[in-house]
Design a protein around this ligand. Structure first.
Ligand code: GLC
Ligand code: CA
Length: 508
């Protein structure tokens, strides 16, 4: 028996950018509610919502100031409940982003902790008289001076995102309550933010620096992490049929896969595959990944998220055929697919043209550091444009527009509605195929990598994905019927002529 999430295509929704329901230019639960039929038509069975908790939004909600409420920008708790109920009515599960590595400096716990050195909450965070060399993942020192209590506090991301001290059991107890609260609300599981970054130990060894670049060796995957991950997974599973997906801050397959499976979280995000800079080597990495997970566990399959440039630009060279080739791989392979909102209509990257248009904290950090480094404003802008995650965060280009008002929180990209319709239809067909046949079950037959050509059989279906130039392949399967292809091709009894970037599913 497969678990529900093993048969589910997930869809990531970046809260402020999906759909505005009250016309203030920010996506919200009312907007989401109105778009449940859209999600159902696409056919996804689960959505992952980025953080919707109250937050000063230095990092757009990844800086939580209250774990038990909904940010007014997104609506009320009742709006959330109405959305979840509607999604459930359509058979769509909802998972929430849980950010438990750090809180906002505006969180009551931290405000208390910074009152004095012997405050009861002081040890909920990490304080030092003398900082070590750890750098924040956004750049610059990971330590910030607190003038009142005259110590440094640790923040692995922005200085407004202060790390919780998981070495203190009180912190952990409080976080279990948070998990319980949201599961009681009817959510179906969690996406756990940078979960291998938890501060579990009290040793703070300097990270090694190689060629001027800090290696994040001691500030993540600390000793005890594997056991802690297993415990988190276990606790959530023990409560019922819930799903957990971990964000492991690494693009190394070995580090990513070790936390996935029965002794960890259900699955972990495969950045080794999904967040690569370009298509080179993607087929080989895919094959390697499938081997690693051949033990029955599942990898995740995705080509986009709110933290990286859109796959349309990064991986598809802005070509519809390549975008469809990628979609076919993601939706026919063994794994848990995550579609990033807008990908199903071929949305393009948004590039802020000035610092005024920039919204992402990572872009701001890059800009400031470049200026400190002696770069000109123009050079610094170019560096920030490279780093900014705004690229994937611009507004969903609905035919009716995103919002009633023009004052959206971030800029828009120019839509191509005709392309959007073709892409949507392609995704929809793939997702419905994935449901009706054996695409969810583990394993392949006739799995073969021949240069840039990938072929495999899943259930009764043969999938051929050509990541290279036009070529012929031997037809070992005889009489096959075409089910879906991204372009015309010629099929003979003994050979199949595949165009460049051809992607095709046959029924055998
Ligand atoms: C994760 C989130 C990212 C955020 C960071 C810090 O990587 O996906 O958006 O900035 O964690 O919370
Ligand atoms: Ca709104």
């Amino acid at each position: 028996m497969l678990k529900w999430w093993q048969e589910t295509v997930f869809y990531e929704i970046y809260m402020p950018s999906f759909k505005d329901g009250n016309g203030d230019g920010i996506g919200d639960f009312k907007g989401l509610l109105a778009k449940v039929p859209y999600l159902a038509e696409l056919g996804v069975g689960g959505v992952w919502l980025t953080p919707f908790y109250p937050s000063p939004k230095v990092d757009n909600g990844y800086d939580v100031s209250d774990y038990y409420a909904v940010d007014p920008d997104y609506g009320t708790m009742a709006d959330l409940e109405a959305f979840v109920a509607e999604a459930h009515r359509y058979g769509i599960r909802v998972i929430a982003d849980m950010v438990v590595n750090h809180v906002s400096t505006e969180h009551a716990w931290f405000k208390e902790a910074r009152r004095s050195r012997d405050d009861a909450k002081r040890d909920w965070f990490v304080w030092k008289d003398v900082p070590n060399n750890w750098e924040s993942f956004f750049g610059g020192s990971a330590w910030e001076w607190d003038a009142v209590t005259e110590q440094y506090y640790y923040h692995s991301f922005a200085k407004e995102q202060v790390d919780l001290n998981w070495a203190n059991p009180d912190v952990e107890r409080e976080i279990w309550k948070v998990f319980d609260f949201w599961l009681d609300k009817g959510l179906d599981g969690f996406r756990l933010d940078v979960i291998n970054n938890l501060t579990l130990t009290r040793d703070f060894l300097d990270n090694p620096v190689v060629d001027g670049e800090q290696q994040h060796l001691y500030d993540k995957d600390q000793s005890g992490m594997t056991a802690k991950m297993a415990e988190i997974g276990e606790r959530i599973r023990a409560r019922g049929d819930y799903f957990t997906v971990g964000e492991i801050s690494s693009d190394n397959l070995t580090e990513i896969e070790r936390y996935a499976g029965p002794g960890g979280l259900d699955v972990t995000f495969n950045f080794n595959f999904g967040s690569v800079a370009n298509r080179d080597g993607i087929v080989a990495e895919f094959a390697r990944m499938q081997q690693v997970y051949a033990d029955g566990r599942m990898p995740t399959l995705f080509f986009g998220s709110h933290d990286m440039s859109r796959s349309w630009n990064r991986l598809a060279d802005e070509r519809e055929d390549v975008a469809q080739l990628l979609a076919m791989l993601m939706l026919t392979a063994h794994g848990v697919p995550f579609v990033y909102f807008g990908e199903e209509i071929g949305m393009v990257d948004f590039v802020p043209e000035s610092m005024n248009e920039m919204r992402d904290v990572q872009g701001f950090y890059a800009y400031e550091l470049a200026l400190e480094d002696g770069k000109s404003e123009c050079e610094a802008l170019a560096i920030a444009q490279g780093k900014t995650r705004d690229k994937a965060r611009s507004l969903m280009t609905w035919p009716e527009g995103f919002s009633d008002k023009a004052q959206a929180w971030i800029g828009e990209v120019t839509p191509d509605f005709a392309r959007g319709q073709r892409m949507f239809a392609f995704y929809k067909t793939l997702i419905s195929l994935r449901k009706t046949i054996d695409f969810c079950k583990p394993g392949y037959r006739d799995f073969e990598v021949d240069g840039e050509l990938l072929t495999y059989v899943r259930g009764e279906y043969l999938v051929c994905l050509n990541f290279g130039a036009a070529r012929e392949m031997e037809n070992k399967w005889g009489n096959v019927t075409l089910v879906l292809a991204n372009k015309d091709l010629v099929v003979n009894v003994d050979k199949i002529e595949l165009p460049a970037f051809g992607a095709v599913i046959f029924k055998m």
